[in-house]
Write a protein that binds this ligand. Structure first.
Ligand SMILES: CC(C)(COP(=O)(O)OP(=O)(O)OC[C@H]1O[C@@H](n2cnc3c(N)ncnc32)[C@H](O)[C@@H]1OP(=O)(O)O)[C@@H](O)C(=O)NCCC(=O)NCCS
Length: 253
């Protein structure tokens, strides 16, 4: 029995929930819970990370994904079986057609998005503020000409932020389609829509026809990060709700 539209965090048919977690601020006791929730495969994958922070970020991410997915599906998140599509996009084998999700992690942040029966992609990127990072050069070989121009024409003090905003938007698009990087980033362009919160996608539907109706929203983390969520379009517009650990605290503390 699906509980997507009921429970503590009801997710309506036109709803999109984005959860952002600053994982170093999660309570210490949560690590014990995390160990109880991961599948044997996830524990093995976590153990393969050599850098402790990578292991923690991945493990917390999978625990929170399982917890929230279980909540939305009305199932025990510990038992959910993860499948992986052709280019690596994970889905739940139980009711996977109903609940769509996507996860991203970078530095101190984990982000995940959930929707009903519409594809979704999310990305968070730590901004590389080192002087060695040449945003114009990287844009030149990875971005669409319209985006290269946007980076080049930006004032020096805004260049880095603009580069990473574009990068996060583009990754959210290819994570929505599920196609992965594969040299696709230069084939379409993302640009902010003046006076609106959303960004638009211009160009190539060769990657996926889903791009035609999709829309992008920037996400706020802190000044060192850029983030975006890309939502497949359907007839009804979506309603975006942003949530955080504060919404879960009462359950675990
Ligand atoms: C998807 C991708 C762009 C993510 O890159 P990233 O910025 O390093 O990582 P993020 O933290 O934003 O996202 C990682 C999450 O994306 C998800 N993911 C993996 N592949 C995905 C895909 N093709 N589409 C959408 N999401 C994907 C996973 O949930 C992963 O989380 P996990 O580490 O907990 O498993 C990159 O991994 C990619 O291009 N993968 C495709 C590789 C491919 O095509 N393989 C084919 C093998 S046949």
């Amino acid at each position: 029995m699906l509980k997507i539209e009921s429970g503590l965090f009801p997710l309506s048919a036109d709803g999109v929930h984005v959860w952002t977690f600053h994982w170093p601020s999660l309570p210490d006791g949560l690590w014990i819970q995390t160990q109880k929730w991961l599948s044997p495969e996830e524990k093995a994958q976590a153990a393969r990370y050599k850098i402790p922070d990578d292991r923690l970020r991945f493990s917390f991410g999978r625990f929170l994904l399982r917890f929230l997915s279980g909540h939305y599906l009305g199932l025990d998140g510990k038992d959910l079986q993860m499948g992986v599509a052709a280019h690596g996009k994970p889905y739940w084998q139980e009711e996977g057609e109903k609940l769509r999700f996507n996860v991203s992690h970078s530095g101190s942040w984990i982000a995940m998005a959930f929707a009903q029966e519409r594809e979704i992609g999310i990305d968070v990127q730590m901004i590389d503020k080192s002087s060695r990072f040449n945003s114009e050069k990287i844009a030149g070989y990875a971005f669409h000409p319209l985006e290269v121009e946007a980076v080049k024409s930006a004032p020096a003090e805004e260049k880095m932020q603009i580069f990473f905003n574009i990068w996060a938007c583009k990754e959210s698009v290819i994570k929505m389609t599920g196609t992965g990087l594969h040299g696709a980033l230069g084939k379409f362009s993302v640009l902010p829509v003046p006076e609106q919160e959303r960004w638009q996608i211009i160009g190539c539907q060769q990657i996926s026809p889903m791009i035609k109706m999709a829309s992008i929203r920037m996400l706020a983390f802190d000044e060192n990060y850029a983030g975006a969520v890309c939502i497949q379009g359907t007839k009804s517009p979506h309603i975006l709700k942003i949530r955080s650990w504060d919404d879960l605290r009462q359950i675990f503390e």
